[in-house]
Write a protein that binds this ligand. Structure first.
Ligand SMILES: *[C@@H]1O[C@H](CO)[C@@H](O)[C@H](O)[C@H]1NC(C)=O
Ligand SMILES: *[C@@H]1O[C@H](CO)[C@@H](O)[C@H](O)[C@H]1NC(C)=O
Ligand SMILES: *[C@@H]1O[C@H](CO)[C@@H](O)[C@H](O)[C@H]1NC(C)=O
Ligand SMILES: *[C@@H]1O[C@H](CO)[C@@H](O)[C@H](O)[C@H]1NC(C)=O
Length: 468
């Protein structure tokens, strides 16, 4: 099969590709990460509960009104915030009315993991160029409107990542933190693929709620790189307008440390509208941080919104940025992994795909590089698996010889300007397959520890092949 071949397959029945087994090692699944969910547990009352972000025991509870927030009006009718609020502890705002943060007003708690919650029965408006900045920001309301230039920004303010995860890179390579995608490492060892912080939170990507991780250090004496991205949760019964920025990006590591990984954004709303940006991207650093996780559970989403889970840029190795995170559409059950054209040799990990229900589609695009490392992995969706614009999916691990078998099951497989790479045996079960300027690559030699790989051909069932 020629490389970069122009191939168009329409398969009447099933297509199976078997390649001789090569290698794989058992890949430990990351522990399920649900920690921090208790932060959503909330108190009821027309009060503002303040407590220290560092000690959750015996919180220092204050009962505050709209006036205590330096606002006008009441949280049971409409409260207008007119002046900047600088917080040094968590904030919980509860009321039966509405809240308006007026233009250019900011509400800030610049402490890692500091939590600001707005729980209103009515609407919340964030005026143009107004900002809410904290480690975790939660909105529960009937409607949320963010005007031009406004922002809800948890960038670089994440608290601790879940326990027993390895998102913060060990070693002194100044590698990026991991979360939705792995962080990049600029340490050159082409015999083995190397990466910085690892991924976590796959099993909760539909309702992501983990902080991003710090980027790595360059020496035992130096500080860690960029901090991890924070968390944003929006639960709105009616409409969310985003004409500003909703960000949970990883922090900047400079050339002295890795970029932090992106955090988590979870939006549930009837409709999501606007032309703003929702981003949980990895931070720039010596090695770029991995992208975070975004899930949007909305009946409709306006196309003009920019949604990004890209990896961070790597100052130490520009060709190898952080890996993309995950963007899940929880209404259509569609997973997208895209790196916004940031080139990378670092992988986003696919673990188990659920079967009850199956997801509808999975798309890997714009330079994202996905690895399905588990023995017996199966990537299965009801509809399409699509690879566009230099997307790639790698099945298996090339450097440790062992038998492994993979399955790709879908109605359609669409591959355009992209690559599928296989270490081991891959069974593709699809009704229709379209390949444009793409290849299925099984030349594993360069990735094997001892340089002795295998090279094999893919046998397509000729009777089922229709060439244009
Ligand atoms: C908001 O308050 C309601 C009670 O009115 C409660 O059930 C809900 O959990 C609260 N949400 C958040 C995010 O605090
Ligand atoms: C707001 O309404 C609740 C009951 O709905 C009441 O308990 C509370 O005192 C009211 N707060 C103010 C400031 O009016
Ligand atoms: C969010 O905060 C980060 C860190 O302070 C800052 O660099 C970035 O410009 C902010 N983003 C927006 C959209 O305000
Ligand atoms: C990525 O590149 C494609 C062309 O290959 C372009 O259409 C697209 O706009 C680019 N995306 C970004 C986010 O730069």
């Amino acid at each position: 099969m020629p490389r970069h071949a122009y191939i168009w397959f329409v398969l009447v029945g099933y297509l199976c590709i078997f390649t001789p087994s090569s290698s794989s090692i058992q890949y430990d699944k990351n522990p399920n990460t649900k920690s921090g969910e208790s932060a959503l547990d909330s108190k009821i009352g027309t009060t503002i509960h303040k407590k220290s972000p560092t000690s959750s025991s015996s919180p220092d509870v204050d009962s505050l009104s709209c006036q205590d927030l330096d606002g006008d009006g009441s949280l049971n009718t409409t409260c207008l915030l007119r002046s900047q609020l600088n917080l040094n502890s968590d904030l919980y705002v509860y009321g039966n009315g509405n809240l308006e943060i007026l233009p250019y007003v900011s509400v800030m708690c610049l402490i890692e993991g500091c939590t600001v919650t707005f729980n209103l029965s009515g609407y919340v408006n964030i005026g143009h160029h107004a900002t809410v900045v904290a480690g975790t920001v939660v909105f529960s309301a009937s409607n949320l409107r963010m005007d031009d230039g406004s922002s809800v920004n948890t960038t670089s303010l994440g608290g601790l990542p879940p326990p027993q995860t390895s998102g913060v890179p060990a070693g002194y390579e100044g590698a990026g933190g991991g979360h939705g995608g792995r962080g990049a490492s600029c340490w050159k060892n082409r015999k083995k693929n190397v990466w910085g912080g690892d991924v976590y939170g796959w099993s909760s990507l539909q309702e992501p709620w983990s902080y991003g991780s710090k980027g790595g250090r360059k020496s035992p004496e130096s500080r860690y790189g960029g901090n991890g991205g924070g968390r944003i949760r929006v639960a709105v019964t009616d409409v969310v307008y985003v004409n500003g920025f909703v960000t949970a990006d990883g922090g900047f590591g400079g050339s002295a440390g890795g970029g932090g990984s992106g955090g988590s954004i979870f939006v549930q709303a009837g409709k999501l509208k606007g032309y703003g940006t929702i981003s949980a991207a990895g931070g720039t650093g010596w090695g770029g941080g991995g992208g975070g996780r975004i899930s949007l559970d909305c009946r409709s989403i306006q196309d003009d919104l920019k949604i990004s889970v890209r990896g961070g840029l790597s100052i130490g190795c520009p060709e190898n940025g952080g890996a993309a995170g995950t963007y899940f559409n929880a209404d259509s059950l569609t997973l997208r992994v895209g790196n916004d054209n940031v080139t990378t040799e670092t992988e986003t990990i696919f673990l188990d795909f659920p079967s009850s229900p199956f997801w509808s589609h999975a798309t890997v695009e714009n330079n994202a590089r996905v690895l399905a490392p588990l023995l017996w992995s199966r990537i299965q969706v009801r509809g399409q698996i699509s690879l566009y614009r230099r997307g790639s999916i790698i099945f298996g691990l090339g450097y440790f010889p062992m038998f492994s078998e993979f399955e790709l099951v879908a109605e359609e497989l669409l591959v355009s300007d992209s690559t599928i790479k296989v270490f081991g045996e891959l069974r593709v079960t699809v009704k229709k397959m379209l390949m444009w300027n793409s290849k299925i690559d099984q030349t594993a030699v360069d990735e094997l520890e001892d340089g002795k790989g295998f090279v094999s051909d893919v046998e397509f069932p000729k009777t089922n092949l229709v060439l244009p």
